[in-house]
Design a protein around this ligand. Structure first.
Ligand SMILES: Cc1cc2nc3c(=O)[nH]c(=O)nc-3n(C[C@H](O)[C@H](O)[C@H](O)COP(=O)(O)OP(=O)(O)OC[C@H]3O[C@@H](n4cnc5c(N)ncnc54)[C@H](O)[C@@H]3O)c2cc1C
Length: 439
């Protein structure tokens, strides 16, 4: 084990075959993590993905960057991927937070490792390629061009199996699991995303923008009324990523991402720090991506306990939480362990125990994103002295999903066996009425 990894004694690798057949629907970060973790925990796993080639996921959905929090980085390092991930990661040592006019509000140190692990941030497509390659190296079958079009359950349907739905924010499986149609809603915001070469597009030669390139990787944000701008450079300052979260109240019909117009962004930032205007004007193109939210679903587990929603299918995240993919990885890790500990004769108990372990934590992580966005969008010029840090609370980042699942499984599973399964509840939030079922 490399020296950067924390040394938690975990019964992870080399476990024997559990005889549990797992079908994972969707080869996004959640699905791939799920398949990798299931394989590590001895299950027989296969992925079905609707697109024909993973590079098709690269055009629209993977423009820009993605950051895995330390809580997910801890798991990914255990897969043996630290070196591969680290060498494509953003290496900025601090986040420079500005008001909309460009005054520095705060400089947040981003020292790594933190809580014994690393975070990894880089181009979404390259990170995804690393996940795909790793899954394939473990012998996981990924059936591309396989779209699931219908769900059903019956007695003969996979006695020792489970179907794990990581089919994203527009999940088809969601309706099957919760029993009614419930589509994501607009959050009131969308995000422009651009990713471009610094030298080719004049970032390095313009005195207003060269700060992104000449001192290596940078991580800047400007915050103000109803909008925030994130500018990141990677590869030693060679590539620039812009993320501009802005108000958007248009309907979500059809596609929720579309090519954006640079003129529209320039109009939004015209009164902001001239460095923002200059950076935006360098971007050759952008995608405008609607940010969707969901009220917490009443459950993530089907009636039979054999169809499960994880990742964005269960709980979409705002980018300001920087946790959507990380929580999908925690979901995957925990579920693979509960299946392993419950065994093939107790799959419904495993999935219900998993739901109980994850439900409140995921909600708490979601709320971090909303709080950060609202705090940033309330910032005024000269607002120094207040804390506008990107939150990295210990409860979120220091959490070890693998160790926690091993530590808590038997207590939670026993209470479900003894008291019966109840749909999850959230502290302080109203959900639909509880339904009691026996496991
Ligand atoms: C602009 C933006 C920035 C973000 N930044 C971050 C960040 O920095 N850090 C972070 O942690 N999170 C971030 N997120 C959230 C993160 O991207 C998601 O939470 C995460 O990618 C969800 O992964 P998933 O596997 O659940 O779903 P997806 O990535 O949506 O994958 C779903 C997969 O299922 C396939 N599929 C769908 N339906 C079917 C079907 N019927 N049959 C077969 N296959 C199907 C799809 O083709 C797709 O490959 C961001 C989100 C946005 C919008």
């Amino acid at each position: 084990m490399a020296e950067h990894q924390d040394q938690v004694p975990l019964p992870s690798d080399g476990v024997s075959d559990t005889g549990i057949d797992v079908i994972v629907v969707g080869a996004g970060f959640g699905g791939l993590a799920c398949a990798i973790e299931c394989k590590r925990k001895g299950h027989r796993v296969m992925i079905l993905e609707k697109v024909h080639e993973s590079k098709q996921l690269g055009d629209v959905r993977f423009i820009g960057m993605l950051s895995f929090g330390i809580n997910a980085g801890r798991i990914m390092a255990r897969w043996g991927l630290h070196e591969k991930l680290w060498c494509i990661s953003r290496l900025a040592e601090d986040l420079r937070i500005h008001d909309y006019l460009g005054g520095v509000i705060q400089v947040q140190k981003l020292s790594l490792p933190l809580f014994g692990a690393f975070s990894y941030s880089g181009h979404r497509g390259r990170l995804h390629d690393i996940f795909v390659e790793h899954a394939k190296s473990l012998g996981i079958e990924i059936r591309m061009g396989h779209q699931v079009v219908e769900y059903w359950e019956d007695e003969a349907n996979g006695k020792a199996g489970v179907k794990i739905q990581t089919d994203g924010v527009k999940s088809l499986a969601r309706q099957f699991v919760i029993g009614y149609r419930d589509s994501p809603k607009p959050s009131g915001y969308a995000i422009y995303r651009a990713w471009f070469d610094a030298e080719e597009h004049g970032v390095t030669t313009d005195p207003l923008t060269d700060f992104m390139s000449i001192h290596g990787d940078q991580f800047y944000t400007w915050i103000g009324k109803d909008m925030h701008i994130i500018a990141v450079s990677v590869g030693g300052g060679k590539v620039v990523c812009l993320l501009i979260t802005h108000k958007d109240n248009t309907a979500v019909d059809g596609d929720w991402s579309s090519p954006g117009k640079i003129e529209d962004i320039l109009d939004l930032v015209k009164d902001w720090d001239p460095r923002c205007v200059a950076l935006v004007s360098k971007a050759p193109s952008c995608i405008d991506w609607k940010l969707l939210v969901h009220d917490p679903l009443p459950t993530w587990v089907s009636k039979s306990g054999r169809v499960v929603l994880i990742g964005d299918a269960a709980h979409p995240f705002l980018p300001s939480s920087v946790q959507g993919a990380s929580q999908a990885i925690e979901d995957a890790t925990t579920l693979a362990i509960t299946l392993n500990l419950a065994g093939k004769d107790n799959v419904p108990l495993a999935t219900r125990t998993w739901e109980s372990m994850r439900y409140q934590r995921v909600r708490d992580a979601q709320l971090v994103g909303e709080t950060t966005r609202d705090k940033w969008h309330g910032a005024k010029a000269g607002d120094s002295g207040k804390s506008f840090e990107l939150p990295m609370p210990e409860w979120l980042m220091a959490f070890d999903a693998e160790a926690d699942a091993y530590a808590t499984y038997y207590r939670i599973a026993r209470s479900i066996v003894e008291e019966g399964y109840r749909r999850p509840t959230l502290s302080g939030e109203e959900l639909t009425e509880e339904v009691k079922e026996t496991p």
